[in-house]
Design a binder for this molecule. Structure first.
Ligand code: PLP
Length: 349
C-alpha cells in the first residue's frame, strides 16, 4: 500500500483522538507491590477480590508466540463483537460516516453500525458467495471508513477470494477488517501474517468456535500497534474478567486439544454433508470451509419449525437474500448430526 494513502491520524474521530482515556489503578502501577490500597477493592481473599490485568498481558504474550505477532498487536475483547463495535466507534462519525458490508454476512457489523448511527453501505456477494469487487468499488465513497469482509463468510461458509481482499486492502484508504472467526476450519493462510505489510488491516478471530470457549466471551483483533492503542484507549478498563483470562491461558497451553476438536469437526462436516446430499428434501449442500453447512431445503421454514418441534435447533436463513430456502446447520457431535439426519429423513410435507 502507498504510505500516503492511509493516514490513521486523519481517520480517527477527533473526539477520540483528543480525549484522555480512563486511567485505572492497575494501569498506573508497574512492579511488585505488597499492599494494595489504591482501587477500593475488598481486602478479603475470594479469588476475585482484585481487579484483573486491564491489558491481559499474560494471555497476549502466549497468543503472540502462537500467531507470530507482538503482544502490542493484539486486542482482546468481550467476544470479537467488542472490537467490531469499538472499530466503528473509533473511526466512524455518527450521522456522517459509513461502513461497507458484503451481504449476506454476519449480522453484528450492521447492528453495531445502527447502534452508533453510522450508515451501512452494502453490496451483495456473487451467487458463488464471493466478493463482488466492482460492486464494492461502486458503493464506497468518501464517507466510507471501514470495509468488513468475513472469510469464511457466515452464513455461506465460503472463503472469499484472497487476491481480491489484498487488492482492496492495498487500494482503500480506510480500515479493512477481515473477520476470520472460522479460520481454524480451513487450511489456508491467515491474514494475521500480512499485518506488517498493511497498516490499515485488522484481523478478527475468536475463542468462541474452534477453541470451544464461547461462554467465556473472548475474541481478538490483530492490527498495527497504532490501531490497537486506539482500541485500548476506548475500551472499558477491565473488559476481560480474571476467569476468562485464566481459562483462555490454560486453553492456549493445550493447542493440541483444539486441533483434535477441529479434526473431529472436519470429519463430521464431511459425513454430515454426504448424508444431507442423500435426502430428497435437500436440494443443495454448499461447500463449507467452516464448522457449519448451508443447505438449500424444500419448504425450508416449515422444516425449521418441524426440527424445532423435535427439539433440534438450526438457523433459518430462508428469508435472507441469496440464501433463499436455506438452513444453516452447525456441525455437532456424531450423535447430534445423526439425530438431525434421522429427523430430516422422517419429515413429511
Ligand atoms: C463471522 C463471525 N464473526 C464474529 C462472531 C462473534 O464471535 P464472538 O463470540 O467472538 O463474539 C461470529 C459469531 O457467530 C461470527 O460468525
Amino acid at each position: 500500500m502507498k504510505k500516503d494513502l492511509f493516514d490513521l491520524n486523519s481517520l480517527i474521530r477527533r473526539n477520540i483522538a483528543n480525549m484522555k482515556p480512563y486511567s485505572s489503578a492497575r494501569d498506573e502501577f508497574k512492579g511488585e507491590a505488597e499492599v494494595f490500597l489504591d482501587a477500593n477493592e475488598s481486602p478479603y481473599t475470594t479469588g476475585f477480590n482484585r481487579y484483573p490485568d486491564p491489558l491481559q498481558w499474560k494471555v497476549k504474550e502466549k497468543l503472540a508466540d502462537l500467531k507470530g505477532v507482538t503482544p502490542e498487536q493484539i486486542f482482546l475483547g468481550n467476544g470479537s463483537d467488542e472490537p467490531i463495535d469499538l472499530l466503528i466507534r473509533a473511526f466512524c462519525e455518527p450521522n456522517r460516516d459509513a461502513i461497507m458490508i458484503t451481504t449476506p454476512t454476519y449480522g453484528m457489523y450492521a447492528v453495531c453500525a445502527d447502534v452508533n448511527a453510522v450508515r451501512i453501505q452494502q453490496t451483495d456477494l456473487t451467487v458463488e458467495f464471493d466478493i463482488d469487487l466492482y460492486g464494492i468499488l461502486d458503493a464506497i465513497d468518501s464517507t466510507t471508513r471501514i470495509i468488513f469482509l468475513c472469510s469464511r463468510n457466515n452464513p455461506s461458509a465460503a472463503l472469499l477470494d484472497r487476491e481480491t481482499i489484498v487488492g482492496l486492502v492495498k487500494s482503500f484508504d480506510g480500515i479493512v477488517v477481515v473477520d476470520e472467526a472460522y479460520i481454524d476450519f480451513a487450511h489456508t493462510k491467515s491474514f494475521v501474517d500480512e499485518l506488517d505489510l498493511y497498516p490499515n488491516l485488522v484481523v478478527l478471530q475468536t475463542f468462541s468456535k474452534a477453541w470451544g470457549l464461547a461462554a467465556l466471551r473472548c475474541g481478538m483483533a490483530y492490527a498495527s500497534t497504532a490501531i490497537i492503542q486506539i482500541l485500548n484507549k476506548i475500551k472499558y478498563p477491565y473488559n476481560i474478567n480474571i476467569q476468562t483470562q485464566e481459562l483462555v491461558l490454560k486453553a492456549l497451553e493445550n493447542v493440541a486439544q483444539k486441533n483434535a476438536w477441529v479434526d473431529e469437526i472436519l470429519k463430521e462436516r464431511m459425513a454430515l454433508a454426504n448424508e444431507l446430499k442423500t435426502i430428497p428434501l435437500v436440494e443443495k449442500v454448499f461447500r463449507s470451509d467452516a464448522n457449519f453447512i448451508l443447505a438449500k431445503v424444500k419448504h425450508a421454514h416449515a422444516v425449521y419449525t418441524y426440527l424445532m418441534n423435535n427439539k433440534i435447533i438450526v438457523r433459518d436463513r430462508s428469508q435472507v437474500k441469496l440464501c433463499e430456502d436455506c438452513l444453516r446447520i452447525t456441525v455437532g457431535t456424531s450423535a447430534e448430526n445423526k439425530r438431525l439426519i434421522t429427523a430430516l429423513k422422517n419429515y413429511k410435507a
